[in-house]
Design a binder for this molecule. Structure first.
Ligand code: THU
Length: 132
């Protein structure tokens, strides 16, 4: 899938967002090293905290289907500013793909690209658990 196709896949997921509370749709398209793409949207809940972001929906779909080697993720929103991943999603991406490229789109389809290391410097991973 080309970069533009990955971005379009994220944008297409905006229509699937379940957002009765925030009215803030987010779509994501997560690309694996073998080219497989998993998409996601945000899914809100009346309990608020059970809400899952678009990025984590895509990661959960991928991991549960046996894919963990992620290379790129496109994240689409409809707002003026670029839709960047929240802190929890940064941490979840870090678990599987500390070197992933993160393509953030605004409502006009313009992009700003980051490395996850820029978005989550000094991120927590399994190595921190090996201190004893
Ligand atoms: N949201 C995402 O889907 N991804 C992010 O990284 C930022 C926040 C969703 C969660 C919630 O449904 C709405 O955007 C407002 O926070």
């Amino acid at each position: 899938m080309t970069r533009d196709e990955l971005k379009a896949a994220a944008v297409a997921m905006l229509d699937r967002a379940y957002i009765p509370y925030s009215h803030f749709p987010v779509g994501a398209a997560l690309e694996c090293s073998d080219g497989t793409v998993f998409t996601g949207c945000n899914i809100e809940n009346a309990g608020y905290s059970p809400t899952i972001c678009a990025e984590r929906t895509a990661v959960a779909k991928a991991v549960s289907e046996g894919h963990r080697d992620f290379v790129r993720i496109a994240i689409a929103g409809k707002s003026k500013d670029y839709c960047v991943p929240c802190g929890v999603c940064r941490q979840v991406l870090q678990e599987f793909a500390p070197d992933i490229e993160v393509i953030c789109l605004n409502g006009a389809g313009e992009e700003k690209t980051f490395s996850l290391k820029e978005l989550l410097p000094y991120g927590f991973d399994h190595t921190w658990l090996e201190t004893t």
